[in-house]
Design a protein around this ligand. Structure first.
Ligand code: GUN
Length: 614
């Protein structure tokens, strides 16, 4: 939302539409103080006043009161005014907390802001935004986010952050955004007040920000400063305009200097707005490609403050992992030791730690630690089937069970980071814990003629099921007698059946299972209500035919559901009517009121049998 100053419109909101601007923000306090603007806004509405027919948000004067001292209107008056001028999203007169405020002062501001929201809400159609304050105190941001959410605010701006943005305190912002997001209503959009520099937009979107507003495009332009995706440059210090700039083929830098100041401001503001929307467009693309994290990781190197902020995100990796999809459609880029702190890797690591805690004998499937590659199937299989030990292979800086070699993110990786020190350290740690660690070649001769004890294929599908659905699931889901079928062309696992019935197919792109209806029934039997949502009778009658599950019909759900994972759909009697994929994590499901919660793949009566699918 570009900020439109109603007193001085540098670029008309209508022209902004060319860049994809679909909503703008203006200031109700400024409009109300000026008798001409006030009259026109009351008569014609705020949309006509600024010349924009899309959604218009209005701010309340909080920032002015913060900068210039008290404003002359009360909270109720300014909210009422915003309603009278037809604002789509109005804002209460929240209390702006400074980063230097004491905890006590910041807490009072949070509580007073909450009180003002309650005072002003429920008086009309306008969406009323309830800002989250709390200065730099994580506990206060959490407190404020839950107070505003409980009060029913359907639109949540994060306030009091302009001083942090201006002084590049991005790592503090990371804490503020994460603490706010994780304690707020997930169905309410989160808006970062005053953020508009492309440097930080991707990172904030990664953390859950949906909307920004900023006047930076015009403020910088007034000082002849140009915004770039990675920073800002002074007009006096550049030789040429970048090729992507909409002004590059219209002026030379020298010509730009000779323009009259007002025209120059307008032209640079246009360039700046273009740079911001170019970045927003890139971020949207990255969301679609599911590789925003990697984009942010790369961009973090543009400035040490951003890098510090990225490291702060990694500190929160375990929290974030609870909301991450089970896999991404983009490959996983492994750059260096920091990559191992990515939430997907953290999830893998904690699974491996859990399953190998009782492994007393470990075989490392790799003769040469400097040559990291996937284990050779036939040799490994021959020895593996005759052993009952845990087979691990070196993968980047740690050891991964051979059974998971085709599962996300192990297989979907691009780039290999040797991390030999870490690898040696993890082998030494295993030895220090009293476990026997041998290399495959050391056990091969002894085992080659031993009788077969197990089957790598079956063990592999069981381990994947354990990783996907929880430890101990695999053995029950795929008991002895299950048949594992491999693709003839790629020799990768395709499906698992039991008693002639297909239970699951393995997705080639991420190495996880899609369950058939029978597979879903098994999951229901083994895990009870884990991995399930319960729905109303009306919904169940549709879902049974293969139609998707909507959030609003869910009556109960497993809070640990992993986004994108297989999920069973239960009717009010607990009978499974369908199986499908959860669109979001179990931590979020309860918040949403509209949209698809489970994309159903098989309904009991959908006529789509697992055999057909295979
Ligand atoms: N604009 C920039 N920061 C803020 C804030 O904290 N509150 C409001 N209402 N507007 C802002």
């Amino acid at each position: 939302m570009p900020v439109i100053n109603p007193n001085m419109i540098t670029i008309s909101p209508d022209r902004m539409k060319k860049l994809g601007v679909s909503a703008v923000i203006t200031n109700a306090y400024i409009i109300r103080r000026n008798s001409d603007l006030r009259k026109k806004a009351l008569e014609d509405g705020v949309h006509r006043l600024i010349g924009f027919d899309g959604p218009v948000m209005t701010d309340s004067g909080t920032f002015q009161s913060h900068v210039y001292g008290d404003v002359e209107y009360t909270n109720s008056e300014i909210v009422e005014f915003q309603r009278s001028i037809g604002s789509d999203i109005g804002t209460i007169l929240d209390i702006f907390s400074e980063p230097t405020d004491s905890h006590t002062v910041a807490k009072e501001a949070v509580e007073e802001t909450h009180r003002r929201f309650l005072e002003a809400k429920n008086q009309g159609e306008m969406i009323l935004s309830g800002p989250i304050q709390g200065s730099v105190y994580p506990d206060l941001r959490r407190y404020s986010a839950s107070l505003m959410s409980e009060a029913g605010s359907q639109y949540l701006p994060i306030g009091g952050v302009v001083p942090l943005l201006e002084s590049y305190r991005y790592s503090d912002l990371v804490d503020i955004i994460i603490n706010s997001r994780l304690n707020a209503d997930f169905s309410a959009p989160l808006h970062l007040f005053g953020a508009g520099h492309p440097m930080f937009l991707g990172m904030s979107v990664l953390l859950g920000i949906d909307i920004f507003d900023s006047a930076s495009y015009v403020k910088y332009a007034r000082d002849s400063r140009l915004i770039y995706p990675d920073g800002t440059r002074d007009l006096s210090k550049i030789d040429e305009f970048p090729l992507w700039s909409p002004i590059h083929d219209r002026y030379t830098v020298r010509e730009m200097f000779s323009l009259d100041p007002e025209k120059r401001t307008e032209e640079i503001a246009w360039h700046n707005l273009f740079a911001i929307f170019m970045e927003i467009s890139e971020i949207r693309e990255r969301i679609m490609e599911q590789n925003l994290w990697q984009y942010v990781e790369g961009k973090a190197r543009a400035h040490p403050s951003l890098f510090k902020a990225y490291l702060r995100i990694l500190d929160h990796s375990r929290d974030i992992a609870q909301y991450q999809e089970i896999s991404k459609k983009s490959p996983f880029f492994y750059f260096d030791g920091y990559s191992s702190m990515h939430p997907s890797i953290q999830r893998l690591r904690s699974f491996i730690t859990d399953i190998s805690k009782n492994a007393n004998k470990i075989v490392i499937v790799e003769n040469d630690l400097t040559r990291i590659q996937m284990p050779d199937q036939s040799v490994v299989r021959e020895i593996y089937n005759r052993s009952d030990q845990t087979f691990l292979f070196p993968w980047n800086s740690f050891l991964v069970p051979v059974e998971l070699k085709d599962t996300y993110p192990v297989q979907q990786i691009v780039g290999h980071f040797l991390g030999q020190e870490e690898m040696k350290a993890s082998i030494d740690a295993l030895k220090e814990e009293g476990r026997e660690v041998k290399i495959l070649s050391e056990v091969a001769d002894e085992l080659r003629n031993a009788p077969e004890k197990r089957d790598l294929d079956l063990q592999e599908v069981r381990m994947i099921a354990d990783y996907q659905f929880g430890e101990g699931t695999g053995m029950k889901m795929f008991p002895d007698g299950s048949v594992v079928r491999r693709s003839r062309s790629t020799s990768r696992i395709r499906s698992v059946s039991y008693g002639g019935e297909i239970l699951a197919t393995l997705r080639p792109h991420d190495g996880f299972f899609t369950l058939s209806f029978s597979g879903g029934l098994r999951l229901r039997e083994i895990c009870g209500k884990k991995h399930s949502v319960s729905v109303s009778r009306d919904s169940a009658d549709y879902n049974v035919k293969g139609y998707n599950v909507f959030f609003k019909f869910i009556t109960d759900f497993d809070h640990e559901i992993i986004a994108g994972n297989e999920t069973t759909v239960l009717d009010p009697d607990g009978e499974m009517v369908a199986v499908g994929k959860a669109t979001v994590s179990g931590r979020e499901i309860g918040y949403y009121k509209s949209g698809v919660a489970v994309k159903v793949t098989h309904g009991r009566e959908s006529g789509e049998s697992a055999e057909n699918e295979s």
